[in-house]
Design a protein around this ligand. Structure first.
Ligand code: IMP
Length: 416
């Protein structure tokens, strides 16, 4: 029994879905607390490959119930499509509940995102995430619990449409059509809509194991990430309290998930970005394409000042390093140990993106390996160079690596 948070340590896409699925075998609840359908968690199991955007990855385990807590912005259409896809794969029905306080992502949010220009400027996932959180902060958003009152829903949709006309000169959507979709959604899910804060708190009081599944990663956090090239929610461990109403002080383990290299989708600084053969190797061997948008991910060498920063911000009790197998076959592996900014050495991750954008990586070079790691299950089955790589990372960030991903399959993990 434990309260465990799984948090992305980089720019998202760290293969958290696989780690969550692995840990959820022993969990009673799997709780999503931030983000929305911008997230793409991939799980490969006996039923095939599931690409999840809103359904908590842990909920694919029998015995584990998914919770979509209030920090998540819920696109009803995407959620229903996702449930239908899981059903088509022959899976048993997913058990989950939905916070009455969670805000809805509605068609006008996507329209608004395009028209206000953020989609292009930041390279967003175009899922209406920013505008949904904007309306939440402006106190004009619609929450899941509001669906109990359809007259109110229609009035609020009408207001959203009037705003679209006023600001951008177009209606953007059909009020009656959207209201009808929302009424259907409410009818289908009304039993699942509840005060998830109370549910999660009660599970912890009973001593059950609860897994909190972070979406995106530390460097995309709206405050602590590379602003403005970030998402609109709290992606760090602090999002557990923010997005569930359960205090982070209740966590027993904070598991940071980092890739053995870095990737980023969308705009914004990425000091170790590669534009050579090594970058192509990482992209192809790591199948680095966005799970939500299909965009190729930008790839680079592991950035230790950034990872150290994530360890401090989240106080990770342990790290999981994923996709170590992807580094196999490279004659040398570089790691960024510091930056050079304006001619001086900088060891800390800068707090301003403008400074990070000018940072030149200072590299150390480590030997590569050729052996295929995918069959390794215990550390002694890893080649010496791979073990040395892990030690180098642990020393540099001061946090132990407890598990290592060596392939996409659920069993392809080395526990240390
Ligand atoms: P938004 O979350 O769609 O507003 O996009 C803001 C930024 O976060 C963009 O750079 C996106 O590419 C990035 N982003 C959002 N969700 C994810 C994710 O799950 N993985 C990786 N990047 C993401």
């Amino acid at each position: 029994m434990a309260a465990i948070a799984v948090i992305g340590a980089q720019w998202g896409d760290e293969a958290k879905g696989k780690v969550v699925h692995f840990l959820a075998g022993a969990a009673h609840l799997a709780v999503r607390f931030n983000g929305g359908a911008n997230a793409g968690h991939t799980v490969e199991d006996a039923y095939g490959t599931a690409r999840l955007h809103l359904v908590p990855a842990g909920a694919l385990r029998p015995g584990c119930v998914g919770v979509i807590a209030h920090g998540v912005v819920v696109d009803p259409q995407v959620l229903d499509e996702e449930l239908a896809e899981l059903q088509q794969q022959g899976r048993p029905p997913v058990r989950f509940c939905l916070s009455s306080r969670a805000h809805l992502v509605l068609p006008h949010h996507r329209v608004w995102e395009e028209l206000q220009g953020t989609a292009g400027r930041i390279g967003t996932t175009r899922r209406g995430i920013g505008p949904a959180y904007q309306e939440r902060a402006a106190r004009s958003g619609l929450r899941v619990g509001d669906l109990a009152d359809m007259a109110e829903v229609r009035a609020r949709l009408g207001e959203a449409q009037r705003n679209l006309r006023r600001w951008f000169g177009q209606p953007g959507f059909e009020v009656a059509e959207v209201a009808e979709q929302l009424a259907r959604f409410y009818q289908a899910h009304r039993e699942r809509i509840q005060d998830t804060r109370a549910l999660v708190a009660a599970a912890l009081d009973e001593g059950r194991t609860v897994l909190f599944e972070g979406a995106q990663g530390t460097l995309l956090d709206v405050d602590l990430g590379t602003y403005p090239f970030v998402t609109s929610s709290t992606t760090t461990v602090h999002g557990v309290g923010w997005g569930t109403g359960v205090a982070t002080a209740r966590l027993d383990r904070v598991v940071g998930v980092a890739k053995a290299y870095v990737t980023r989708v969308g705009e914004g600084p990425l000091p170790t970005e590669l534009r050579d053969g090594a970058g192509d190797h990482l992209q192809q061997r790591g199948r680095e394409y966005g799970a939500t948008t299909g965009r190729p991910r930008r790839c680079g060498w592991l950035d230790l000042p950034a990872l150290r920063y994530a360890c401090r911000v989240n106080e990770f009790t342990e790290l999981v390093l994923t996709k170590l197998d992807v580094l196999g076959g490279l004659p040398e592996i570089k790691v960024c140990t510091a930056y050079r900014v304006g001619g001086r050495r900088v060891d800390e991750f800068p707090d301003r993106s403008a400074e990070l954008a000018t940072a030149e990586p200072v590299y150390e070079s480590l030997p590569g390996w050729t052996a295929d790691l995918r069959s390794a299950r215990v550390p002694s089955q890893l080649p010496q160079a791979a073990r040395d790589y892990l030690h180098f990372v642990e020393e540099a960030v001061g946090t132990e690596v407890s598990m290592v991903g060596v392939g996409p399959g659920e069993e392809e993990m080395v526990e240390r």
